[in-house]
Design a protein around this ligand. Structure first.
Ligand SMILES: Cc1ncc(COP(=O)(O)O)c(C=O)c1O
Length: 435
């Protein structure tokens, strides 16, 4: 049996063996952590080892693991029923969830909600809506983007070749460069202008057949890439000038991860369509697509699903949103995120393999490179660091070619942040000693 890093504990081994027999191995396990339980910013494996969690179940538990408000909301809803068949019948809880959710939107035009179960479904709904509303065929997405893995959203996704290999043909999507200026070896503004020029050319080519454009305000899976403000503003301007729907993928950046409720608010841009998922349900699956009522003009039967509007998901969604707002988790994300960025930048100066540290709030990426000058991706050392960190009790995730992604629960405090960074620094030192 092959283990990804160290040999895990006996109970972990037993479960990994069973997993390898019965579970599709198309998943992306980076190391051998076997979940037993979680609370707040900590997780435990089945061999009872405790870890500080800088991954939050892939940016899902913004309100912390196993938050009591979720348990309470579930227990309350279970008394009445968990599923109502919302595509065919009416119910108050999904309506209340949607009413509450639209009050978080930066512009009141975003007032109509389509409910689903995951990020990819939220994107599918946005994609189909853009096509239906405009009656046009093409959409634009960005190089290095990740929007999901079902065939529509996968047509937009272009972050890793393995995600697309053998799955074509795809829907009509044109990909244009995203300002990953660190990798493109350009200065910020030069890169922003170059990408906007490329985008404009493509928009002009597709002129009469372009339904919409999908953008992650900060690229997630692609490597936690923060674009220049001028770029996101420029995208909005081009969409306005050419009558293109700006569809904002907030699946990873949304729900206060970057301080603001929507990541795109950091760039002073208002989208036409918003897709959210991951953290809204506090760990229970839910996806939402939000647009203006006049845009959601598709007729009955044109788009629906069985589980969307699930009562349990909507009940937990309300409490998750309320918790994030009342506990001001956005402000905490900014405060703790700034502190982490400062410390990580200090660490960057000590190691030749740390090429870049970037992020907003608690969405932080560390680019691991061969050396600072050549900036070549260094996936090997990145893996070693992730493994070392897990052995020392810190859960981290990868992103992009060789980025370490930091996306802890937004409840993380400064002390926990410091402890995690100390472990990370040790893990980097050890990776270099092993090399
Ligand atoms: C920006 C973004 N969009 C869409 C998705 C797809 O979400 P899901 O995995 O829930 O289908 C993800 C998942 O990581 C994501 O990060």
């Amino acid at each position: 049996m092959k283990f990804i890093c160290r040999k895990p504990g006996e109970k972990s081994i037993e479960i990994i063996k069973r997993d390898q027999k019965v579970i599709s191995q198309s998943l992306t396990r980076e190391y051998s952590f076997v979940f037993k339980m979680a609370k707040g910013c900590h997780v435990w494996d089945v061999d009872n080892r405790k870890y500080l969690d800088f991954g939050a179940g892939v940016a899902v538990v913004n309100i912390g693991h196993n938050n009591p408000v979720i348990k309470k909301a579930m227990l309350k809803q279970i008394k009445y029923g968990v599923h109502c068949g919302f595509s065919d019948f009416y119910a108050e809880v999904p309506v209340r969830f949607s009413e509450y959710l639209v009050s978080f939107m930066p512009n009141k035009e975003l007032n109509n909600v389509f409910l689903s179960n995951s990020g990819t479904e939220a994107i599918e709904a946005g994609l189909k809506l853009a096509k239906w509303h405009t009656s046009k065929k093409y959409v634009i997405a960005f190089e290095n983007s990740f929007h999901g893995r079902t065939m529509g959203s996968l047509s937009l996704t272009k972050s890793k070749p393995v995600q697309r290999e053998r799955f074509g043909p795809f829907l009509p999507v044109r990909h244009v460069p995203y300002p990953y200026y660190y990798r493109m070896k350009m200065d910020k503004e030069e890169c922003s202008n170059y990408c906007l020029d490329e985008l404009e050319k493509e928009i002009k080519k597709l002129k009469d057949d372009l339904a919409g454009l999908f953008i992650e305000p900060i690229q997630g899976e692609g490597g936690y890439v923060v674009p220049p403000k001028s770029f996101v503003k420029g995208v909005r301007k081009l969409c306005n000038e050419h009558n293109v729907l700006l569809c904002d993928d907030e699946v990873q950046a949304g729900c206060y991860r970057t301080g603001k409720f929507l990541g795109i608010e950091n760039f002073d841009v208002k989208p036409d369509v918003v897709c959210l998922s991951k953290s809204i349900g506090g760990g229970i699956p839910i996806g939402v697509t939000i647009a203006n009522k006049s845009l959601m003009d598709w007729p009955a039967g044109s788009h629906a699903n069985t589980m969307g509007g699930n009562l349990l998901a909507c009940a937990t969604g309300i409490e998750s949103l309320r918790y994030m707002k009342e506990k001001r988790l956005g402000e905490n994300a900014i405060r703790v995120g700034k502190h982490m960025l400062k410390r990580l930048n200090e660490i960057k100066d000590k190691f030749e393999i740390i090429g870049d540290v970037r992020g907003i709030g608690l969405m932080i990426g560390i680019e691991i490179v061969k050396d600072k000058k050549n900036r070549l991706a260094n996936a090997e050392d990145r893996s070693k660091i992730l493994c070392n960190a897990s052995e020392k009790g810190l859960i981290l995730l990868p992103a992009g070619k060789s980025v370490i992604r930091i996306c802890p629960p937004l409840t993380l405090n400064k002390g926990q942040a410091d402890l995690g960074i100390d472990i990370l620094e040790d893990a980097i030192k050890d990776a270099k000693e092993v090399a």
